[in-house]
Write a protein that binds this ligand. Structure first.
Ligand SMILES: NC(=O)C1=CN([C@@H]2O[C@H](COP(=O)(O)OP(=O)(O)OC[C@H]3O[C@@H](n4cnc5c(N)ncnc54)[C@H](OP(=O)(O)O)[C@@H]3O)[C@@H](O)[C@H]2O)C=CC1
Length: 305
């Protein structure tokens, strides 16, 4: 399909200087979105964007890379998706470009592309990229470049997106797109973004706890499938309770306070604290942050800050 013309409505200006104006559009403006690199995270974001109902999207341009994924998306959304052999075609036919290649490919891929500083918005999913490097390689000003982190649950519009906005400007369409994918938390600077990323790196630890619970049940004679079912359903219900209170700053403390004082749940938590398990969790988060910041390889022992 050929890309539809998009007429942009300038939403906000930081000053009367045209070079500082932005034209990301409004949620009423159908968006033309492109993906350079179409692996795991790109296909999850594209699937979420194609299925969400909040922000009108008129066109999704994807690079043919990872052809199984790009053709599957086109098959599912033939009126929306266009596949391109050349990354420049993706850029030329879309306005918001998600960069979803591997860290080592980022610079060379960007340096070969020509962006229009008045039209394009670049959103990098590459966790190691910095706004400065992205601006340099894409030849775009900082107000046109953003970093985003999310996990594949965005495909079901059930993820949470972290968005680093390099200037104080609020990028309304990007936040609306992130909200549509499940939710958005904005980081005010790169340092804070690194700290927020730590939480997205705890998925493995979380599944590790579930596996540990399952193995305990198996050791006590339950079939592995039954044990897996029990653990999955139980954690699902606990997480749903947590979701109910997620907007209350003291909600998690409230859930803990609801445990019967001196009861078995209360004891479990106190035992974990006595064993230093929660302190260990803190140290793990600090170690992950240190690795994200390039200060260590993340291995322990690690001195907590
Ligand atoms: N997976 C995840 O949950 C998350 C990933 N990220 C970040 O997103 C980025 C992508 O990760 P992920 O999707 O997992 O990785 P994948 O390996 O699945 O995807 C990388 C994609 O880049 C493509 N590619 C390679 N070279 C080029 C090129 N020259 N031009 C265009 N496309 C190219 C690959 O195509 P081909 O297969 O044909 O080589 C592939 O489609 C990484 O930087 C990662 O850190 C961030 C958050 C979460």
């Amino acid at each position: 399909m050929s890309p539809p013309e998009t007429e942009f409505i300038t939403l906000y200006h930081s000053s009367s200087d045209d070079s500082e104006s932005t034209s990301l559009g409004t949620s009423l403006t159908p968006q033309r979105i492109g993906f350079v690199g179409f692996g795991t995270i790109a296909s999850a974001i594209a699937t979420g964007l194609a299925t969400q109902q909040s922000v009108p999207i008129s066109y999704l341009a994807v690079s043919r890379r990872s052809e199984k994924r790009s053709s599957a998306l086109q098959k599912s959304f033939p009126d929306l998706v266009s596949i391109h052999d050349d990354n420049q075609q993706v850029v030329d036919t879309a306005d918001i470009i998600f960069l979803c290649v591997l860290p080592e490919q980022t610079s060379s891929v960007l340096q070969k592309l020509k962006f229009d500083a008045h039209r394009h918005t670049l959103v990098s999913l590459v966790s190691t990229s910095t706004i400065e490097d992205l601006c340099r390689d894409a030849q775009l000003p900082p107000e046109r470049v953003f970093k985003m982190i999310c996990l594949p649950a965005v495909a079901r519009c059930n993820g949470i997106c972290l968005l680093l906005t390099p200037t104080q400007k609020d990028p309304p369409i990007l936040t609306e797109l992130c909200e549509a994918l499940g939710g958005c938390v904005q980081a005010r600077d790169a340092q804070q973004m690194s700290a927020l990323m730590v939480t997205t790196c705890l998925m493995g630890s979380f599944y590790g706890v579930l596996r540990n619970n399952r193995e305990f049940l198996v050791r006590h004679g339950l079939d592995r499938d039954q044990a897996s079912f029990l653990v999955g359903r139980l954690y699902d219900s606990m997480v749903q309770d947590a979701v109910q209170v997620q907007k209350d700053p003291n909600g998690f403390d409230q859930l803990i306070a609801e445990q019967t004082p001196g009861g078995l749940n209360d004891q479990g938590l106190r035992n974990l604290e006595a064993l230093g398990a929660l302190d260990a969790y803190d140290q793990v988060q600090t170690a992950i942050l240190s690795r994200i910041l390039g200060e260590s390889d993340g291995s322990l022992p690690f001195e907590s800050r």
